[in-house]
Design a protein. Structure first.
Length: 111
């Protein structure tokens, strides 16, 4: 897959929820710091802090990935890193967990 066939860079929280509900095989990677997980968690996500992503790159499963953080900035850095490593099947959760809490699941804490 090259840049012309890579998925769009951004994915809305509502679209992510729809794809997860449909049972689509994708993995959410939460790149926030461990202390942020105590405040708010995605229902299904693998936690790999952004700072450790290069060392933990080999742990990423095959298939589509959605990277997420608090508001979407750190996860965009993760997306750029992953695409530079050849993972074109990566999208950024636009607005991060904050948009998830606002648009999908209001039980998720906002900070």
């Amino acid at each position: 897959m090259d840049s012309r066939t890579a998925p769009p860079t951004q994915l809305s929280a509502r679209e992510l929820a729809r794809r997860l509900s449909a049972g689509e095989a994708l993995t959410v990677i939460d790149v926030r710091e461990a202390d942020e997980l105590a405040i708010a968690r995605f229902p299904v996500a693998v936690h790999i802090a952004l700072a450790t992503l290069p060392q933990r790159f080999a742990e990423l499963p095959p298939g589509p990935l959605v990277v997420a953080c608090h508001h979407g900035a750190r996860s965009m850095h993760a997306l750029k890193f992953l695409r530079a490593q050849g993972r074109t099947d990566v999208q950024n959760l636009e607005g991060g967990i904050d948009s998830w809490a606002r648009d999908v699941d209001p039980k998720v804490g906002r900070y």
